[in-house]
Design a protein around this ligand. Structure first.
Ligand SMILES: Cc1cc2nc3c(=O)[nH]c(=O)nc-3n(C[C@H](O)[C@H](O)[C@H](O)COP(=O)(O)O)c2cc1C
Length: 248
């Protein structure tokens, strides 16, 4: 199998939730990450995205608290403990499993989004906002055209925005930065509305869908949750037919 720097960056990138708060991320790096994001593909090259760089501590706190509150609701109240244990069964050490469950049900796992130094929070929080208007507003050469034959779709914007997000995480990793995509504070429409209002986002025409924390990792994290192998997630020609990719 071929191995190269790109493949290594993809495989070694990890979700970082503990940041070295003695190190800020220079704006030049944030800019470079966003620039790399903007090279993502998008339908008709609509580039249906905007990024809000949140450095204001009060705003980070507000957004992070939404994440913590929703996590407490989701994992602390709604999801039965047996279900949490089943989902986390890949964690073999009993102590690590208990700790992971504790930080989920207490919401502590998502404190990092608030950016507080005491809890190793991320210095920078990016909010990805995508165009939901159908009319190609997001890019000057398409403005007002409705996309070619009206094919512009909110779904395309979410798909393209996700690609932009992945570009940004990989660019960050290549620059030695840790990052973590998060959605829990934007999964509930009440939160989408509240966060949009605080950030002056013209919601619902533009919709915040994901956040990305950026900062230097407090410690190296190479081991992530396990991945399914290609033969487990791909088929040859038809659904259900094994694709072995050269393996016997
Ligand atoms: C759409 C999406 C939503 C996510 N939401 C959250 C989140 O709300 N909070 C969080 O800490 N991580 C979140 N993550 C990060 C995943 O938990 C993480 O990428 C996954 O567990 C795999 O771990 P790895 O990135 O270290 O390989 C999200 C990732 C994606 C792609």
């Amino acid at each position: 199998m071929v191995d190269n720097e790109t493949i290594q960056t993809i495989k070694n990138r990890r979700a970082i939730r503990d940041y070295d708060t003695s190190r800020d991320v220079p704006d030049e790096f944030v800019f470079q990450v966003i620039e790399a994001g903007g090279y993502a593909p998008s339908a008709e090259n609509q580039q249906p995205w905007r990024i809000i760089v949140v450095r204001d501590k009060k705003l980070q706190e507000f957004i992070g608290q939404r994440a913590v509150d929703r996590t407490i609701e989701l994992f602390g109240r709604v999801t039965p403990r047996e279900e949490l244990e089943r989902r986390l069964s890949y964690i073999k050490s009993k102590a690590s499993l208990e700790r992971t469950i504790d930080i989920l049900i207490s919401g502590e796992r998502f404190e990092y989004i608030k950016g507080n130094p005491e809890t190793n929070g991320a210095p920078v929080l990016l909010v990805l906002v995508v165009d939901q208007t159908h009319i190609g507003n997001s890019q000057a050469t398409l403005r007002g055209t409705g996309g070619v034959y009206g094919w512009s779709s909110p779904r395309h914007a979410v798909i393209a925005g996700s690609m932009m997000m992945e570009n940004m995480t990989l660019a960050a990793a290549s620059l030695g930065l840790g990052s973590c995509i998060s959605s829990v504070q934007l999964d509930h429409f009440d939160d989408v509305g509240a966060i949009s209002e605080r950030l002056n986002i013209p919601y619902p025409h533009w919709m915040p869908i994901l956040c990305l924390t950026l900062g230097y990792a407090l410690y190296e994290r190479t081991l992530g949750p396990p991945r399914q192998q290609p033969e487990e997630i791909s088929f040859l020609n038809k659904w259900g037919e094994p694709f072995k990719g050269g393996k016997k």
